[in-house]
Design a protein around this ligand. Structure first.
Ligand code: SF4
Length: 390
């Protein structure tokens, strides 16, 4: 039997009777019944899942929901991350990436040619996506961003441009005197294909006031995603966990994302992002533990019944935990990434990129089936029959 056959995962792990005593002992029998009946979980259910002492019982439930939707399939894409400027006028306490002023040590802004070169240099790579986020740089004209997108499309017309968080869109609108919708339309006309989910942090006002008081609030973040969905753009949504947020604020965050998804169905993936404490103003806090990371991903799968994919961003979780999370509700591992600065400036010790061979090996030795996808989850390549690389 192949190590990643779908039968193995679904047959062995869908027998509820074998785990029933464990689920009962963890106080999760009611939740298990609801899930089996296809009923939606409530805020209180979310709290119970975070409080349940038995992580494996929570993980089992999440895995069943994962396998209902995706079987053993595990998605990743061939992407490149670019951060053309880290100059930022905001002062988020958890951020190790932003350097506030041009000229400060490590502050940088790429020229358009420098940014375009990053793509030109990869002419031989089968890239399908460019993922671009930036600091909130007050010194650039709006044309920098529209020219950036147009240039990338000129260099490679088929590349999918997933660019600019909702926080950046709000910043552009305020700086350049346009509405959020106008900004999105102009960027779309220049080549924007979808939005990444960054900038959501934790939606609760209490937390935002403390850790990111000078960027757009949760309502505007969600409103920008609503507008983008209305224009036919797909987006993702993130949650920064493991700092000062409470469990109730995590569940509230998930429910707010779920409510917008009920309206628009425009989110493709929910991405819990682990807080990293190095080189930022919250460095006294510990990083989230491995069990917390597994639980956050599992609870996300269980609460977000209407968002198709739960992604473990391996740069944030660490490679090994991302792999383990494939049994805790996760069906997506982001992608090859290649150049990552935001988490590495915060102390991430993962590589800055992974090859397709490394990603597929990671998935297959975990007993899952790797699928290379494009940004919109169309299948680019399957690996059935190919040997597992060493
Ligand atoms: S998280 Fe984003 S908006 Fe906040 S300081 Fe860092 S780069 Fe700026």
């Amino acid at each position: 039997m192949s190590v990643w056959s779908a039968e193995y995962s679904t047959l062995e792990f869908s027998k509820v009777s074998a785990v029933q005593p464990r689920i009962r002992a963890a106080g999760l029998a009611g939740i298990e019944e609801k899930l089996r009946a296809g009923e939606r979980l409530t805020f209180d259910d979310g709290m119970r899942l975070f409080a349940a002492p038995d992580l494996l019982a929570v993980g089992w439930l999440a895995n069943r929901e994962r396998e209902k939707r995706h079987g053993a399939r595990t998605y990743f894409n061939y992407n490149l991350r670019l951060e053309p400027t880290n100059v930022c006028q905001a002062s988020c306490l958890f951020c190790s990436f932003a350097r506030l002023q041009p000229g400060m040590p490590e502050a940088y802004t790429m020229s358009l040619e420098q940014a375009w070169d990053k793509l030109r240099q990869r002419a031989s790579q089968p890239l399908t996506e460019l993922h671009i986020v930036n600091g909130l740089n007050p010194d650039l004209p709006f044309s920098y961003y529209t020219d950036l997108l147009r240039g990338f499309k000129r260099i490679r017309p088929t590349i999918h441009l997933k660019c600019f968080t909702a926080v950046e869109i709000a910043f552009f609108a305020d700086l350049y005197g346009m509405s959020d919708e106008q900004i999105l339309r102009e960027l779309r006309d220049a080549g924007l294909d979808s939005l990444p989910g960054g900038g959501a942090e934790i939606f609760a006002e209490r937390v935002r006031r403390k850790i990111c008081h000078d960027k757009c609030d949760a309502d505007r973040y969600l409103s920008i995603h609503r507008i983008a969905h209305g224009m036919g753009l797909r987006t993702n949504v993130t949650m920064l966990y493991g700092h000062i947020e409470t469990m109730a604020e995590r569940v509230d965050h998930m429910l707010r994302a779920r409510a917008l998804q009920d309206e628009t169905a425009g989110f493709q993936a929910f991405i819990p992002l682990a807080f990293h404490p190095d080189n930022n103003q919250m460095r006294k806090l510990p990083a989230p533990t491995g069990t917390d990371t597994l639980r956050v991903h599992a609870v996300s799968r269980l609460m977000l019944d209407n968002i198709p994919h739960i992604k473990a961003f391996w740069i944030a979780t660490g490679v090994e935990l991302a792999q383990t999370a494939l049994w805790f509700g996760v069906d997506d591992l982001d992608g090859t990434v290649q150049e990552e600065k935001i988490y590495h400036m915060a102390g991430s010790s993962t590589p800055e990129g992974m090859t397709t061979a490394a990603l597929t090996r990671l998935v297959r030795v975990a007993g899952r089936e790797p699928i290379e996808r494009d940004t919109l989850y169309n299948v680019v390549r399957t690996f059935e029959g190919e040997p597992v690389s060493a």
